[in-house]
Design a protein. Structure first.
Length: 396
């Protein structure tokens, strides 16, 4: 059995960090399981200046930066707003799609097209109402028209992706959107909680990451089109075996990384590659909420191990890759939001492994919904609350 270079030999060095080195060798299940990293060495606290730009957001979920320095923020009940640099909120933008705003559903992520500066195109991810009281994750493409008075509206809204099959439940929508340099979209899709076994069924969208073109067509590099015995995969599917991915970003090389919720323990950081199976619900490093075992254990031939996992869970949501100038020592780090964990996990990477972890904002008690590295080098954070905050983090 070959576990990819995400399985790491761990050595304790004098600096007190757990250093991982990619081996590229075949290991037994027991050896590979032992080398999956968790509980990396704790890092010294970074002194931060924390500014609240606004605290008037109702369960904010997704954040994007406009070219002029303003920001777009989604609110889960179904509103999209513009936030100015000094924290002033616009009225709700017209033209947002109808959403199922219950439990974990609502208006969720937002992303800008690569040609936004000329086209005004954005993508909105949301829980879409469907016939018979059912629902599912959907992504709409629309044009954002900005007005001189600071408001705006969406026009030409077109749904470019619908998760199938749909469900009556209100949980595990996934719904992070990542736009690639070529204009294509990664969309993360949850297992809808009650359909978790379908995460292993590659012919549907339950518990998957999909990749589509900007106009909604399957990406031509997806597994279905590349042979290798994956003819039965749905044409949009990129990877399978996910529970509920709510953090996703590209690293400095354009590679997709994701964070996903475990059940009771077993939240994961994954390097999410084409055609791979990330194991849920056959393998997991957590247990069910009742304490019962899920699946067969923590490892199986042909199923990917996470790069890193958390026990207990921090309830991962929002993931950013840092390459800015304000925190030079953070270059190449991931910033993973934690809802139940009420902090941002700053993850130091070496050779594809997590070798150190710092818990940012832990003393504040804020549920962290989204984390973004801003164009100014600051880190921007959304907190999950009915009076949710938009925060700006800079060196203290």
């Amino acid at each position: 059995m070959v576990y990819r270079s995400l399985h790491l030999t761990v050595a304790l060095v004098t600096a007190g960090l757990l250093m991982g080195a990619s081996t590229g060798m075949a290991w037994t299940t027991h050896e590979a399981e032992a080398r999956t990293l968790t509980k990396a060495a704790a890092l010294p606290a970074t002194k931060l200046k924390v500014e609240t730009l606004t605290s008037g957001l109702e369960y904010p979920w997704g954040l994007q930066f406009l070219p002029d320095g303003r920001m777009l923020v989604t609110e889960r009940p179904g509103r999209l707003r513009i936030v100015t640099k000094d924290g002033r909120l616009s009225p709700p933008i017209a033209g947002v799609p109808q959403v199922v705003a219950r439990q974990q559903g609502g208006l969720l992520d937002i992303a800008l097209a690569t040609d936004f500066a000329t086209s005004g195109t954005i993508f909105l991810g949301y829980s879409e109402p469907r016939e018979g009281g059912r629902n599912g994750t959907a992504v709409m493409r629309a044009k954002l028209e900005l007005a001189a008075d600071g408001s705006g509206k969406l026009t030409g809204g077109t749904v470019v992706f619908r998760q199938k099959p749909d469900s009556t439940g209100g949980y595990h929508f996934g719904c992070r959107i990542v736009v690639n340099a070529d204009g294509s979209l990664f969309i993360t899709l949850g297992d809808r909680y009650s359909l978790r076994d379908e995460a292993q069924n590659a012919s549907n969208h339950i518990g998957k990451v999909v990749r589509i073109t900007a106009d909604g067509k399957p990406f031509p590099g997806n597994p279905k089109f590349n042979g290798g015995g994956r003819d039965g995969w749905a044409p949009e599917v990129w990877s399978i075996g996910h529970r509920n991915v709510q953090g996703a970003t590209l690293d400095g090389n354009g590679v997709l990384w994701t964070t996903e919720h475990g059940a009771k323990g077993g939240d994961e950081l994954n390097r999410t590659e084409v055609g791979l199976n990330y194991g849920w619900p056959i393998i997991t490093h957590g247990v069910d909420y009742s304490g019962a075992k899920i699946g067969i254990g923590t490892a199986k031939n042909g199923l990917e191990q996470p790069v890193y996992y958390w026990n207990p869970s921090i309830a991962t949501s929002g993931l950013a890759y840092y390459s800015g100038s304000l925190f030079p020592s953070w270059t190449g780090n991931f910033l993973a939001g934690g809802l139940a964990g009420t902090h941002i996990a700053r993850l130091v990477m070496k050779d594809g492994a997590v070798v150190g972890e710092e818990k940012l904002l832990l003393d504040q008690g804020w549920r962290i919904r989204d984390v973004r590295a801003g164009p100014d080098g600051a880190v921007y954070v959304l907190t999950d609350d009915d009076k949710g905050r938009l925060l700006r983090l800079t060196p203290g």
